[in-house]
Design a protein around this ligand. Structure first.
Ligand SMILES: C[S@@+](CC[C@H](N)C(=O)[O-])C[C@H]1O[C@@H](n2cnc3c(N)ncnc32)[C@H](O)[C@@H]1O
Length: 226
């Protein structure tokens, strides 16, 4: 592992990372990294919207980190018989993270994703910025998320996973201006997921035009969708 990133075991037995520059882990250690991914990001849009009836689903994953949100989305959608196309777009400013990801033991469900070894997918994302297979693709932009957001048309995304580090540590990805941009990029009948329970996040999202809903999870802290 690099100097600023350490491996951590989370409550559900899955590994995540801890970043000593931000002094934060990439997932909730208490809720469990995989449980957080599935319950707070992947599940709620599927319960709230008719996503499986759409021929193509475009997801913005802010930001890539270990790629759990992106990889488990592909795994979950394919396991549940989704027949359409899935496109995931994910910025990540720390290009160095890929070296660490290649040393990590990924959860068994995604160790081979759609029959392909996860390390092969990670290598392709690192070296080429994209991995495409059959009905799905993941694009990973190594650079600043704010710059990346300028590349997309209004209403491009069906779903946005808002999973940056916390507002105190990563303020550029929770500002009023940022949420206004997300509002523009999300299509009608689109949805944003986030783990953050902060009042200031709720206020910023409301000012941008979103309606906010709290989601309760058994044995885990609440999350939100806008
Ligand atoms: C909480 S982690 C994301 C976890 C990830 N969603 C997953 O499933 O593993 C936050 C990530 O945001 C990245 N990040 C922070 N600020 C960024 C920015 N301005 N642009 C792009 N990436 C950023 C960090 O390097 C880190 O990898």
């Amino acid at each position: 592992m690099g100097l600023n990133i350490e491996k951590r075991l989370s409550a559900d037995g899955s590994y995540t990372l801890f970043n000593t520059d931000y002094e934060e882990s990439y997932h909730s250690l208490r809720d469990g990294a995989v449980q957080e991914t599935l319950c707070k990001h992947i599940g709620p849009p599927l319960r709230c919207l008719d996503l499986f009836l759409r021929p193509k689903i475009r997801i913005l994953d802010i930001c890539f980190g270990l790629g759990y949100n992106s990889f488990f989305t592909i795994w979950h959608y394919l396991s549940n018989g989704y027949q359409g196309e899935i496109e995931i777009y994910s910025p990540e400013k720390d290009g160095g993270i890929f070296e660490k990801l290649l040393q990590l033991t990924y959860p068994q469900d995604i160790a081979f994703l759609d029959g392909v070894e996860i390390k092969k997918i990670l290598l392709s994302l690192w070296k080429h910025g994209v991995y495409t297979q059959n009905q799905w693709k993941i694009e990973c932009f190594i650079g600043d998320a704010l710059e990346y957001l300028e590349c997309f048309e209004i209403g491009f995304f069906d779903v946005i996973y808002q999973d940056a580090f916390s507002p105190d540590k990563n303020p550029e990805l929770w500002s009023d201006r940022y949420f206004c941009r997300l509002f523009a990029l999300l299509r009608e009948n689109g949805i944003i997921t986030t783990y953050s329970q902060k009042r200031s996040v709720r206020d910023a999202a409301e000012r941008a035009g979103f309606a906010i809903y709290e989601i309760a999870h058994e044995g885990m802290r609440q999350s939100r969708v806008f």
